[in-house]
Each structure stands twice: as C-alpha cells, then as structure tokens.
Design a binder for this molecule. Structure first.
Ligand SMILES: Cc1ncc(COP(=O)(O)O)c(C=O)c1O
Length: 545
C-alpha cells in the first residue's frame, strides 16, 4: 500500500480541484503568483492580478483595497508585537497631524519652512535634554531611524580620525571601531559598509551582558576611530557604562596622547534616561568624550516608524567633508544625511509629542513602562519557573537572581531600582529545566504566538549563547489589562508544557518560506538561524534586533 504523500504542492492541489473551468486551464491560475479578486461578482468582472509582474490592466480601487486589507489580516497585531521597540500607539491628534502632513518631504527644505523650523526645534530640545554644555553649538538632524544616525556618527568619527592621522603624516588604512557583541545590527553594518574593522568584544555575566570596560582597555590602539556605547542593550535592556569607558579613554589619552571619542547609541535610552535617570552615572554630553548621540524617535520618542535623530555636541565634530551644499528649488541648504527624501510628518509629530507631553509627560510614560516591566519581572520570578536576566526590578546595586529571594517592591520610582530600559529578558529557571528537561524554551514563544503574542526566544550574544532568553519590550501601549492577560497566558502556556509529555512543538515553528521570501532572501533558513554565526567578512551573519 502506498504510504501517505510526503510532499504536497498546495498550488497544484488548488489548481486541480478548482470547480471553475477557466481557473483550471489558465496558465496564471496560481495563487502564489496572482491574486484573484474575491469580490469579482460584486464589484468587477473576474480579474486576475499577477503579483510579481505588473498586471496588464489594474482593478478598481475599492476591490484592490479590500483585497489587500484581507491579505494584511494575516499580519500580527502591532500591539501584541512585544518583540519590537518601535512604537505602535499615537494619540488621535498626533495621527491627525500625521495624515495632514503625509505628503511632505523632508528634503524639500525650501517648500516647507515651518516644518523645517520644527525640525530645528527638535534638534535643540534633544541637545539640551542630553546635556549639551554652555558655549557649544550643537548640530544635528532627523534621520529615517537610529541606523542611519549611527552610520553618520560612525562616518564622522572615521573622517575625524583620518584627518588627524593625515595631518600627522600617519597611515590611515586600518581604522577600527569597538563595540560589544550585544551590538545591534546597525552598528555592525556601519563597520562593514564603511570599511572599518569591527572589534566586537565578548560580553559575559561579569560585564552584565554589556561592553566590558576591561576588554575596551585591551583592544584600543592608535587606529581606533571611536567606541560605540549602547544606552539600552537590544538583548537585555542594560545600559552600558559610558562614564567608566570614558574614564578609561581619559587615562589612555594621558598616557599616549591619543584621543578616542565615544558615540552613544541611545536608540531607546535617549528618550528614557533623560526622564528617569541613568543610575547615577553620566552617559551624555556632560562627558566631554561623548561627541555624538543618536536615538530613535520611533521607539520611546513615541512616533510611528520613520524617524531617528543624531546630535553632535558641537559643529566642530561634524567634519565639513560630510556636508553637501544643495542648491535646490531656489534655496541653498546643507545636507549630511544618507537619505535625501524621507517622511516629514514624523518630524512634526516628534515636535508635537515634545511640546504636548513636556518633561513630566515623558517621565510619567517612561516611569509607567518601567513599573509595568518590574511587575512582569517579579511575577515571572515568583512562579519559580522563570528567572530574569534583565535587572531593572532589583534593588539598585543588586544584579543577581537568587532563588526564593523576596521581591523588592519598596522603591518609589525607577531611581530606587537598577537603571535600564523597560525590557524583560527571562529564561526558564535552572530548577524548572532540571524538573522538565524535555520542555524547550522556544516552545513558550511558539505557544504564545498561537495566542497572537510575539515574544522572541533567542540566544544571548556569542560567549553567552548557551543562555536563551525570551524578551518582552514594555512599551507605552502595554496597559495593565494587557499585562495581566500576558502573565496569565505565560502561566497557562507553561503549565501546558509541564503537563504534556515530551511534545514535539516543531509544528509551531514558522511556516515554510513563502514564495515572496524565496524570491527575496538569500539568507539563512529559519530553522538554521541559530547556527548562522559566521565571521563578518563571510557574508550573512546573525544579529538580533
Ligand atoms: C541599540 C539599538 N541600536 C540601533 C537600533 C536600530 O534602530 P532603528 O530601527 O531606529 O534603525 C536598535 C533597534 O532596535 C537598537 O536597539
């Protein structure tokens, strides 16, 4: 007897079994490569719209709108995407402003002078929030996100280093930049795209999964263009020790005369630390060595995706070489962004948020997110099934999980706890793993996905990759109701796993690659993603975002 078929081509199956003869015979009748408008009988004649080549004729707007709206139902729900740092909520008034200004382009400087004034005000507000010093002329710009801003900051450091070396008659062919192995992909991209050796230093339990100052000391030299220090590690939310690293660089300069700058990647922390503090140590322009800082307006700046910022503490740190003078539509403007056209509405909404919320409004939102993150962390640890790698819920100075320890709840505000992002990075406790060795941590993520939550499970950076973490970013939109449901659902899912035999949850792994993915991706297959840890110059490599 023939066994059950091992592989079924669903497109073939649908074509064969279709009860509409024209669909059966048509060459194009393939759901993978063309849409068939389901509303054909109501709004239009039966229409096939090819997906990968422009259809000869289009279809009515209402039909296409409904078609795409239906397809987009397959997307996750942004508010339940707890993996992302990027905001998914804006107030109605801000949304109104966004819609009213959707067609404005940031590059049309002369056409939109009012928008450009708001842009300049945002730059000034951020420079002051980040401690720019008296007498300094801060300069900065909006970007499409932190990635572009980081690349500009890196380029400025590279150019300044080259100019200094050239003036001294020294070799400029081997620049390097230092960052921790926890660096977000944008930082590694800078190194690779702009041909700077990335010295990626291992993180450890001792360094609290952050850039290790001791290793910085060992890895800097005359070719180091700068250090990327992260205010808010993407993996665990920890703030990196900017002041400590700055002190090390001061010592190094005293000994060698070599001045190594710091660029702070405050993608998330740039909108949290100014309002909630950074645990008592300096991180911003109060430290003379910090020459530039970036942030994502679309993360805790509370704007929808499409805006980042870079601020240089003074004009002198933005090399003239990076500035283009544009004579455009009647005016002359300076440009030093990588992108020319980019959305303007986000900048208007950033300004709206800044003057609508003010300092106290931002502080209240960030304190609330941190308090919710503490509650989630404590609840997870109280089950005994989980322990947190993040430590924003522990008393200031206490970084280590101890089994059965009474949770600290006495703090009045985030200042009484360890500083960091409202991120909860957690893993199954050692006791749980001993008792239920067959439960895979990734199954928690997969089962929660079935309930529509997106909570990634991934290994910590190289050197600590044996530890896998589940990570929840607590954004403004995580209400108490959602938090309550999430805690209940995590408990329910964990209990299901405990009471099942060794369940094979492979079925919950992401589905096989869609035809679109096969068309566009040359990357590593999803099932092998944990193995994709190749050296930088050997093509695709693993990163977390
Ligand atoms: C620390 C850090 N740097 C840079 C980025 C990239 O930011 P963007 O998505 O705004 O380009 C992220 C994004 O998560 C991040 O967490």
């Amino acid at each position: 007897m023939a066994g059950l078929a091992r592989h079924i081509d669903p497109d073939e199956l649908i074509k064969k079994l279709h009860d509409h003869p024209s669909h059966r015979t048509s060459h194009h009748s393939n759901r993978a490569v063309s849409h068939t408008t389901p509303y054909s009988s109501r709004y239009a004649s039966a229409t096939e719209l090819s997906k990968f080549r422009i259809p000869h004729d289009g279809a009515p707007a209402n039909v296409v709108h409904q078609l795409l709206k239906d397809e987009l139902d397959l997307d996750g729900r942004p508010n339940l995407n707890l993996a992302s740092f990027v905001g998914t909520y804006m107030e109605e008034e801000a949304e109104k402003l966004m819609i009213e200004n959707l067609s404005k382009n940031m590059s049309d400087v002369d056409e939109y002078p009012a928008m450009m004034s708001m842009h300049s005000r945002c730059v000034s507000i951020l420079a002051h929030l980040w401690g720019v010093q008296k007498g300094e002329t801060a300069i900065g710009t909006a970007t499409t996100g932190s990635s572009e801003a980081i690349h500009l900051g890196g380029l400025a450091m590279k150019r300044r280093w080259q100019e200094r070396r050239k003036a001294e008659g020294k070799d400029t062919s081997n620049p390097n930049i230092i960052m921790g192995a926890n660096a977000q992909v944008a930082l590694e991209k800078f190194a690779r795209y702009f041909e700077v050796e990335a010295r990626i230093l291992p993180v450890s339990v001792k360094s609290r999964y952050r850039l290790d100052p001791d290793l910085v000391k060992e890895n800097i030299d005359e070719n180091t263009i700068g250090i990327f220090v992260i205010m808010g590690s993407t993996y665990t939310g920890h703030y990196e020790p900017v002041e400590e690293i700055s002190n090390i660089l001061d010592e190094y300069e005293k000994k060698t005369g070599i001045d190594i700058p710091i660029h702070v990647d405050a993608a998330s922390g740039g909108f949290i630390a100014p309002f909630c503090g950074s645990g008592g140590s300096k991180w911003n322009f109060e430290l003379p060595r910090v020459k530039s800082i970036n942030t994502s307006g679309h993360k805790f700046g509370l704007v929808y995706a499409g805006v980042g910022w870079i601020i240089f503490r003074d004009e002198q740190f933005l090399p003239k070489h990076l500035i283009f003078e544009l004579h455009y539509l009647g005016g002359t403007e300076e440009s030093y962004t990588l992108n020319f056209s980019r959305p303007g509405a986000q900048i208007i909404c950033q300004y709206y948020n800044l003057i609508h919320l003010g300092f106290t409004g931002y502080r209240a939102i960030m304190e609330n997110a941190l308090a919710n993150a503490r509650l989630l962390s404590r609840s997870l640890e109280a089950t005994g099934w989980y322990q947190c790698v993040s430590d924003i819920h522990r008393k200031k100075g206490d970084y280590v999980y101890e089994k059965g320890e009474k949770p600290y709840t006495e703090g009045q505000s985030s200042a009484d706890y360890n500083a960091g992002l409202p991120v909860v990075a957690f893993s199954l406790s050692n006791e749980f793993k001993r008792k239920y060795p067959y439960v895979k941590q990734v199954s928690v993520s997969n089962l929660l996905r079935a309930k529509q939550y997106i909570i990634p499970n991934y290994p910590l950076p190289p050197n600590e990759e044996k530890t896998e973490i589940l990570r929840v970013v607590v954004r403004e939109s995580m209400s108490m109701d959602l938090l309550d449901r999430l805690i209940c659902d995590i408990c329910a899912v964990t209990e299901t796993l405990m009471s099942s035999d060794a369940v094979d949850l492979a079925a919950w792994q992401p589905a096989s690659a869609s035809i679109e993915k096969q068309h566009s991706s040359r990357g590593v297959e999803s099932k092998n993603r944990y193995l994709a840890n190749r050296p930088m110059d050997d093509g695709v490599h693993r990163s977390v975002c």
